[in-house]
Write a protein of this length. Structure first.
Length: 229
């Protein structure tokens, strides 16, 4: 509902501003103010889309400086493997396949709720600009069990139950099409090792914003699962 309202308000404001301008010079100032406000709302909605997108729930357990240690409940992921692609092509192609599933390319033709972030694997020792195979994942709505979700039409998309887990997270801002994700992954792994934490599996890049968001406004994270001790 919030997402729909945030999309509608700029258009309604623009319509109201145009109507005021058409009523004559005595309403010109009000019309211009209304048009300006609607443009501002539209720009804010465009650049801060994540504020109207459902975030994945977690419990914050502790912090190590700017590293967060989080506990995530059991989840269901929709995943797709993008083979032999650049980083940017992986993000684009993977998002497109998974968005298609959410928007009705499934056995029930059901539209599912989008959540943030989008997750993409970051292989250890590999740069983001290398051509390689990566996995992109969406987290399904928290109130949907695996058995209740419709089967994807695209055979490259699969659903997977992910058990409860603890993860370490390092947040950063900037251009995620650069080497920043790889650099932050390495920083996170080294700092966790220095603090005595063991990790397992690949790290994930977690992106909360579309490519159209200005780099300084983007919310990015590197996540890696902590091993049981």
């Amino acid at each position: 509902m919030v997402n729909r309202v945030s999309l509608a308000l700029p258009w309604l404001g623009a319509a109201a501003g145009a109507w005021l301008l058409a009523r004559g010079s005595n309403r010109r100032s009000a019309g211009l103010v209304t048009l300006g406000a609607s443009l501002g709302m539209g720009l804010a909605r465009w650049q801060l889309q994540r504020l109207v997108t459902e975030d994945i729930a977690y419990d914050l357990q502790a912090t190590l400086g700017d590293i967060q240690l989080r506990s995530y409940p059991a989840q269901v992921w929709a995943e797709t493997v993008v083979e032999n692609a650049t980083w940017s092509d992986t993000l684009s192609e993977g998002f497109g396949r998974l968005a298609g599933y959410l928007f009705g390319a499934n056995a029930a033709k059901e539209r599912l709720t989008m959540s943030a972030p989008v997750l993409t694997t970051l292989a250890n020792g590999a740069g983001t600009n290398q051509i390689m195979t990566r996995t992109v994942a969406f987290v399904m709505p928290a109130d949907r069990a695996l058995a209740s979700l419709p089967a994807p039409e695209d055979p490259r998309v699969r659903l997977r139950a992910v058990p409860e887990r603890r993860v370490a997270v390092l947040a950063f801002r900037g251009n995620y099409a650069s080497d920043l994700p790889s650099e932050r992954r390495q920083e996170l792994i080294v700092r966790l090792a220095d603090a005595g934490f063991l990790t397992r599996g690949s790290a994930y890049f977690a992106g909360y914003d579309p490519p159209s968001t200005l780099p300084p406004l983007r919310r990015n994270e590197i996540m890696i699962e902590l091993a049981d001790i």
